[in-house]
Design a protein around this ligand. Structure first.
Ligand SMILES: *[C@@H]1O[C@H](CO)[C@@H](O)[C@H](O)[C@H]1NC(C)=O
Ligand SMILES: *[C@@H]1O[C@H](CO)[C@@H](O)[C@H](O)[C@H]1NC(C)=O
Ligand SMILES: *[C@@H]1O[C@H](CO)[C@@H](O)[C@H](O)[C@H]1NC(C)=O
Ligand SMILES: *[C@@H]1O[C@H](CO)[C@@H](O)[C@H](O)[C@H]1NC(C)=O
Ligand SMILES: *[C@@H]1O[C@H](CO)[C@@H](O)[C@H](O)[C@H]1NC(C)=O
Ligand SMILES: *[C@@H]1O[C@H](CO)[C@@H](O)[C@H](O)[C@H]1NC(C)=O
Length: 530
């Protein structure tokens, strides 16, 4: 057991040698349990402090004799464990390298570190698999010159600010631990010790990791940017309808947009087909129903030039051209979709085609023609019953325009005359007459003016008053088709005649019907005056 004298233990802490060394046989735990301070311990300490007041326990108050005594026991054991040459006197190093069995025990004696002997200049507790926070008690040995905590499993923050009292610390090794990454603001600390003090300590950002991060950033960011640009480019060129309206080019449709609008040009959306043109019904992303005319081959070479003009036409009696697609693969015009039928089908198939409805349609057609003549004289059109579309409330819309159509004014009047007559006579000029329009006109002239009952369409349901109007209209139609005399007629005049007839017709209708109809008539008038 304890064959050691307290005095000799104490002397280990002091820079004075005056005592006999006795062998340390018992373990430090047993010694701490069994050894008691001798009766003169107090006075010995007092004397020592008188000689050397810088010893740590001398400045502690109140003086805890028991703790000081215990720390002398730990010190004497540590001196021997660390193989210091002469453990009777003071010892310079604590070397617990590769001593995983005892290192944690000694680190836990906080009373020892509190009175850390001034002679100790080196502490090495490396390679002990220490699994704890930073052993901050060790830093109470402020005179240290070297501290090695490398090759352990220490974790948590390194108390960097607690290093500042260790002015003489020149060698520090925290390498191979698992400390938390330090904030870079502690730059001074990292300047004091070079990076070989912190290899794989976790304290500094891992170089490899950093490099990987840098590589990811350097390579990834440009790739990300390129991808974004590609996406945006793809959107711009393929599906501009996904872009905000201000980024789109107005009137411009892409094949991808039209494909999407028609379910991939599905059969169900195909509404008409001829040699040169396929007609699809489609729905744009904003739910607008559109008619898409796709031109095949070399047909219609001026399509785009024409569309650029047509998109600017705005009139209730003209089909609204929304835009075009001009692509190597696809050339198309996109117009609004008209739910109703065309005039030709309406005349043939509808059972409700009275005089006033036909007058309304004719008036609308002439109104559209007037607009074109005044505002867009360069825009021609193919005036025939099949190219006039009807909206649900029988508003006619002229379609199939031609730019630079040089057909003269009298030719247009002629076409209008034929249309007018066709709407009153139950015959179709192209189908029913061998010589076409000429035969058709000849046929009417033969019966004009005396024999008109024979040729006028029975579905008109004419009364005496309206019969007179119809007769006048046929006269007007014949005048239009007479190229020698139609020079004197202007479209404006025709419009005046038609609209006046339409008005009086509606007045007649409202007189002969109930008030309900009168109401509706006023509604019509409002619409008309718009
Ligand atoms: C000193 O340490 C050695 C091992 O390092 C041990 O064998 C010896 O017993 C120790 N002496 C005392 C007095 O404890
Ligand atoms: C130690 O001795 C001093 C006088 O030498 C005395 O004042 C002090 O109280 C003593 N302390 C203890 C813990 O006995
Ligand atoms: C750490 O200790 C182990 C034995 O516990 C030993 O094999 C190893 O070489 C030591 N490593 C260093 C760097 O001292
Ligand atoms: C550092 O060393 C010098 C000279 O060796 C000494 O005077 C000073 O007290 C030491 N500093 C600390 C904090 O121990
Ligand atoms: C780091 O400092 C030590 C001395 O403390 C020196 O031996 C070593 O060469 C230094 N390493 C670097 C990379 O500066
Ligand atoms: C700290 O320890 C590691 C591993 O043992 C070693 O590579 C490094 O050089 C040491 N650094 C210093 C400053 O001694």
């Amino acid at each position: 057991m304890a064959s050691i004298s307290a005095t000799s233990l104490l002397l280990l802490l002091l820079p004075i040698s005056a005592s006999i060394y006795t062998t340390l046989a018992a373990s430090v735990i047993e010694d701490l349990k069994n050894l008691k301070p001798p009766h003169d311990f107090n006075s010995t300490i007092m004397k020592t402090c008188h000689h050397n007041p810088s010893i740590r326990y001398c400045s502690s108050s109140p003086v805890d004799l028991h703790e000081i005594f215990k720390s002398t026991i730990v010190a004497s054991h540590l001196c021997n464990e660390s193989k210091n040459p002469n453990c009777v006197e003071s010892f310079p190093k604590i070397d617990l390298r590769n001593r995983p069995k005892i290192a944690p025990l000694y680190l836990s004696f906080n009373f020892f570190w509190k009175y850390c002997p001034l002679s100790i200049l080196t502490i090495d507790v490396s390679n002990n698999s220490l699994e704890s926070n930073f052993p901050i008690d060790v830093l109470q040995c402020t005179q240290l010159q070297a501290l090695d905590l490398s090759h352990n499993d220490l974790y948590g923050d390194v108390p960097i600010e607690s290093f500042s009292p260790l002015a003489n610390l020149t060698s520090l090794n925290l390498s191979y631990n698992h400390f938390s990454e330090s904030k870079i603001s502690d730059a001074l600390f990292f300047k004091r010790f070079n990076s070989s003090s912190f290899l794989h300590s976790g304290l500094l950002p891992h170089k490899k990791k950093f490099r990987i991060k840098a590589v990811i950033l350097l390579v990834g960011f440009p790739i990300f940017v390129i991808l974004m640009v590609c996406c945006l480019g793809w959107l711009c060129f393929q599906r501009p309808d996904f872009l905000p309206r201000m980024l789109r080019r107005k009137y411009r449709f892409t094949p991808a947009m039209l494909k999407a609008a028609t379910n991939g040009f599905s059969r169900r959306n195909l509404k008409g087909k001829s040699e040169a043109v396929d007609i699809y019904r489609g729905t744009l992303r904003d739910d607008t129903e559109v008619r898409i005319e796709i031109y095949r081959g070399e047909n219609h070479p001026n399509l785009i030039e024409e569309c650029k003009v047509l998109v600017r036409l705005r009139h209730k009696n003209l089909v609204n051209v929304l835009g075009w697609c001009n692509n190597r693969r696809l050339r198309a015009i996109v117009t609004e979709w008209m739910e109703g039928e065309n005039l030709e089908m309406w005349l043939l198939e509808s059972n409700n085609t009275p005089w006033n409805h036909r007058l309304k349609i004719l008036t609308g057609v002439v109104e559209g023609m007037c607009y074109l003549q005044e505002e867009w004289p360069e825009v021609g059109y193919d005036l025939r019953t099949s190219s006039i579309l009807l909206s649900n409330n029988l508003e006619p819309r002229i379609s199939r325009f031609k730019i630079g159509d040089q057909s003269c004014r009298s030719r247009k009047m002629y076409k209008l005359g034929v249309l007018l007559l066709e709407m009153l006579i139950n015959r179709r000029p192209q189908e029913d007459f061998e010589t076409g329009e000429a035969g058709f006109l000849e046929y009417i002239r033969m019966h004009y003016p005396g024999n008109l009952q024979k040729v006028i369409d029975q579905k008109l349901e004419l009364t005496q008053n309206t019969f007179d109007q119809a007769k006048q209209a046929i006269g007007l139609g014949l005048m239009c088709t007479d190229v020698s005399s139609n020079q004197q007629l202007s479209l404006g005049q025709v419009f005046d005649i038609m609209s006046r007839a339409y008005q009086s017709c509606r007045v007649l209708a409202s007189h002969s019907h109930e008030r309900i109809h009168a109401e509706r008539g006023r509604g019509h008038k409002r619409m008309q005056s718009r």
